[in-house]
Design a protein around this ligand. Structure first.
Ligand SMILES: Cc1cc2nc3c(=O)[nH]c(=O)nc-3n(C[C@H](O)[C@H](O)[C@H](O)COP(=O)(O)OP(=O)(O)OC[C@H]3O[C@@H](n4cnc5c(N)ncnc54)[C@H](O)[C@@H]3O)c2cc1C
Length: 387
């Protein structure tokens, strides 16, 4: 593959960067650092601003309101946003939206796709249940057809974006008598429908996730996506679209550590002169560069019409473990200061790396665990039999 960007792509990346720098006010930066993976009111406003510029859907096909510029441009946009930790519409834009383009009804496409691109609609992903995580097809949330409606009963867990989204992209069981992969369907469920209860679930890293309960929630039958009982097929498709993973945050975290080591003087010498600090940072630089290339390769494959599968699993494992390596290096380099939380004037780099230390374990779970990813690599990449 050719790793170089075209002059137009370079120019586009620069344009996004300049726009972000112009509009990233201190209040938005504070909100982003406070909220992390949630989106606050200023973050939402910023996403809409990006929608108005046409950048949310820069790589989406023109017929669905995008600019048809391809996956590398979409990746460049995500990279620049990720570098500043800014929200981008997440899986609504990169997974649910593209699935809807392929299997949604004409009415659903007209109703939802333009609003996704303007930042007005955001889906929380409602797959996982207390007894259905890696073995997702065991899910029990029930969607029963009653006339022109479906009635939903059940419970989801780790529905991360539910508290700031407009809808849930819901996976529910429509045929309890069919084999488990063949009796489930996808629905679009408005979050304000009567009978939906959202409860916060705080993670170790302070990110908010949610439990969502459904009690006789009635939604129109037209909210079924595609055909009934084909949900497993559509979810697999939606997961395949989750492959455009930016990595720029790791680059920023490494820069934070490098600047800290250069600035901090201990016993009359900057930390950056210590051999063990230099080695640790150089080791991380190698990993950050490797992840950049993995990530660009996935974007390039999508641009060429290929589906990164094993490649995406490799990238997911590598990125999540890189977060661990960066946080452990921060502990070693910053010593006790690494444990000082954001808000305390003694917290280095505004407490960002302290928070990463508490947060990195979740990256090994969210979006499919690293063990499951390694199973995919062994089976599909190395041609090994099922474990
Ligand atoms: C912070 C966070 C945010 C999340 N956000 C969302 C969201 O928005 N929407 C959503 O639907 N879900 C979300 N998830 C759920 C996530 O997808 C699940 O946590 C994940 O799929 C694992 O499921 P589980 O937690 O039930 O663990 P389990 O599946 O119970 O796994 C427990 C352990 O067993 C291991 N294991 C399980 N099966 C195998 C196997 N076959 N081979 C080897 N090891 C195995 C796992 O790797 C893990 O270490 C989120 C999770 C987290 C932590």
């Amino acid at each position: 593959m050719d790793f170089s960007l075209t002059p137009e792509q370079e120019q586009f990346g620069k344009q996004v960067r300049e726009f972000i720098h112009e509009h990233l006010k201190p209040e938005l930066r504070d909100e982003v650092e406070r909220e992390q993976y949630s989106i606050g009111p200023l973050g939402k406003k910023f996403v809409r601003l990006m929608g108005q510029r046409g950048w949310l859907g820069i790589g989406w096909p023109r017929q669905y309101g995008g600019q048809g510029r391809g996956a590398i441009d979409q990746w460049l946009f995500l990279q620049e946003m990720d570098l500043e930790n800014l929200p981008t519409g997440g899986l609504t834009l990169s997974s649910a939206g593209p699935t809807l383009m392929r299997v949604g009804s004409e009415e659903q496409k007209r109703e939802y796709l333009p609003k996704i691109l303007s930042g007005e609609i955001e889906f929380a992903i409602g797959y996982t249940e207390p007894n259905a995580g890696s073995d997702l097809a065991s899910l029990q949330t029930r969607a029963a057809r009653e006339g022109d409606s479906y009635v939903i009963n059940g419970r989801k867990i780790y529905t991360s974006a539910a508290h700031h989204s407009t809808h849930i992209w819901l996976l529910a069981r429509t045929d309890p008598n069919a084999p488990k992969h063949r009796g489930i369907s996808i629905f679009i469920l408005p979050i304000d429908a009567p009978g939906v209860t959202i409860r916060p679930l705080r993670t170790m890293g302070s990110e908010r996730s949610n439990e969502v309960f459904f009690e006789d929630v009635r939604i129109p039958a037209g909210n079924l996506v595609g055909d009934e009982n084909q949900g497993w097929y559509y979810v697999t498709m939606a997961l395949d679209f989750e492959r455009l993973i930016p990595h720029a945050r790791a680059q920023r975290q490494l820069e934070d550590l490098i600047n800290y080591a250069k600035r901090t003087v201990v016993d009359g010498r900057p930390l950056s002169r210590r051999p063990q600090v230099r080695l640790a940072l150089a080791r991380l630089a190698v990993e950050v560069e490797a992840v950049r290339l993995f990530s660009l390769r996935s974007a390039w494959m999508i641009e060429c019409g290929k589906t990164p599968n094993v490649e995406a699993s490799i990238l997911k494992v590598f990125i999540s473990e890189l977060s661990e390596h960066i946080s452990v290096a921060a502990q070693n380099i910053m010593g006790p200061y690494a444990a000082v939380r954001a808000g305390d004037p003694l917290a280095p780099v505004r407490g960002r790396l302290e928070r990463l230390y508490r947060g990195f374990p979740m990256y090994k779970f969210a979006g499919g665990t690293n063990e499951v990813m390694r199973n995919i690599i062994a089976q599909r990449g190395l041609g090994m039999p099922r474990g």
